[in-house]
Design a protein around this ligand. Structure first.
Ligand code: CAA
Length: 378
């Protein structure tokens, strides 16, 4: 068993830490306050090779491994979970399935667009009546000559109103249940594609979430991703990988919150001494530290299992479940240490707490992770 990171993974950590401190931290509060998509930061991340970093060099990517990809999201999310989310979605949920299931032609066309081409990617599975029960989507695709015609709508789509390339799931045969779902690569420029409602959310204000609408949307026949009827399995495999990204994001939020609380409690004097000198404070930090260590082990192990080509469904679900609950617990406890100050927008801790909540919901709620884990181990 090897607990050391490789030289490349360490370099990614160092590069992302510097980038986050200098480029992300200074604008994180403003991004949240104004609900602004951090376009310039994302452009810089394209230039750095972080957008699509897991894509092999042959298709324009950096050829980074999955653990390095998780570390990048962890570091970004220490200061801005919205930025972490945009990158995690682009890398894990759009580049990931094209890399894994795309034909050579699809990879040659779309992966360079999603790396050197600065096109943002998204993943469109969820519908109003198909959230946790992901197989019940109503969006339909029918083949007409040399193209597919898509009709329906998707909600809560991360990167929804900024993305250029979407991996979309639609029913191609309603009579076949999960085996009647297929996956497609859809460009936002295709006729019949439109963006609907922009969501106003509790947190992740910099991450653009929107409804996507397909009205007789014309998609070239060759944009079917994987085989017809394999869409549900492609969605599930993609989410297995995506959940490692959300675990890493949650881990970053927890670390960011703990660091803020450590700084604050060193200087906040009550009852004649800095409050980090009280054992109550110290014990809370001990528990936070232990949780973060455990979360890192679970997350890195899930990434290592994926890299080793093993089935990593349970590892990813354990990492996502543990780290998202850790992020929530850690931000709540960290905010408590700030007292009234923590409840104001003068400190980043209330933003971190709001941002943490979504990690228990998207890419499969905590309850769904328990369904996945128990279903696989029992
Ligand atoms: N890998 C590969 N195939 C898988 C799989 C996996 N991890 N999990 C299931 N499958 C396959 C099964 O093998 C089965 O295939 P066969 O019929 O050939 O055996 C098929 O899929 C159906 O499996 P189930 O019967 O287990 O499916 P189910 O309908 O009971 O659903 C579920 C299982 C785990 C509850 C699933 O629906 C699920 O994960 N739900 C949560 C969805 C989710 O995470 N949504 C998040 C949306 S994306 C997002 O949040 C990002 C954003 O942009 C905001």
């Amino acid at each position: 068993m090897e607990f050391e990171l490789t030289r490349e993974q360490e370099l990614v950590r160092k590069m992302m830490r510097e980038f986050t401190e200098t480029q992300v931290k200074p604008i994180a509060a403003e991004t949240d306050k104004t609900s602004t998509y951090p376009r310039e930061t994302i452009e810089k991340l394209f230039d750095l090779g972080v957008m699509g970093m897991i894509v092999p060099e042959a298709y324009g990517g950096a050829g980074a491994d999955d653990l390095a990809g998780a570390i990048a999201i962890e570091e970004l999310s220490k200061q801005c979970a919205s930025t972490g989310d945009i990158v995690a979605t682009h890398n894990g949920l759009c580049c990931g399935p094209i890399l894994q299931h795309g034909t050579e032609e699809q990879k040659k066309k779309y992966l360079p667009m999603l790396t050197t081409g600065h096109h943002v990617g998204a993943f469109a599975l969820t519908e109003p009546n198909a959230g946790s029960d992901a197989s019940k989507g109503q969006t339909e695709a029918r083949l007409e000559g040399d193209h597919w015609v898509l009709n329906g709508s998707k909600i809560f789509i991360t990167n929804g109103y900024v993305a250029d390339v979407f991996v979309v799931f639609a029913m191609t045969d309603k009579s076949k249940g999960t085996k009647g779902i297929s996956a497609f690569i859809v460009e936002s420029s295709y006729p019949g594609f439109s963006v609907g409602k922009h969501e106003e959310k509790m947190g992740l204000h910099g991450s653009p979430t929107a409804e996507i609408v397909f009205t007789d949307c014309i998609v070239p026949k060759e944009n079917l991703l994987g085989r017809e009827g394999k869409g549900f399995s492609i969605a599930m495999q993609t989410l297995d990988g995506g959940r490692i990204g959300i675990a890493a994001q949650a881990l970053g939020i927890a670390q960011g919150a703990m660091a803020e609380a450590m700084d604050f409690t060193k200087t906040r004097v009550q009852f004649g001494k800095p409050i980090d000198k009280f054992q109550n404070t110290q014990f809370v930090f001990a528990d936070m530290y232990m949780g973060i260590q455990a979360g890192q082990l679970l997350t890195y192990k899930a990434a290592a299992s994926k890299m080793a080509g093993k089935r990593f469904t349970v590892d990813a679900a354990c990492a996502k479940l543990f780290c998202s609950e850790l992020a929530m617990k850690t931000t709540v406890k960290a905010l408590q240490m700030f007292g009234g100050y923590g409840y104001t927008r003068d400190y980043p801790i209330e933003r971190m707490m709001r941002d943490a909540k979504i990690t228990e919901i998207y890419e499969g709620t905590s309850e769904i992770q328990r369904v996945v884990i128990s279903g696989n181990i029992l």
